[in-house]
Design a protein around this ligand. Structure first.
Ligand SMILES: [Zn+2]
Length: 52
């Protein structure tokens, strides 16, 4: 899972690196932001579990 994002345009698994999907050439900046936000929520949840 780590290092990949799902393209919101074509649904393929694509590399986190780069700004466009190699399959459909859609801008994946938004997908990376979504992945980063989900990662932050998951990390925040685990920190909450450890400390509370
Ligand atoms: Zn795509």
């Amino acid at each position: 899972m780590s290092g990949t994002v799902i393209c919101s345009n074509c649904g393929k698994k694509i590399s986190f690196i780069g700004n466009v999907c190699p399959y459909c050439h859609a801008d994946k900046t938004k997908d990376k932001e979504t992945t980063a936000i989900i990662a932050l929520i998951v990390i925040g949840f685990f920190i909450w579990l450890i400390y509370f």
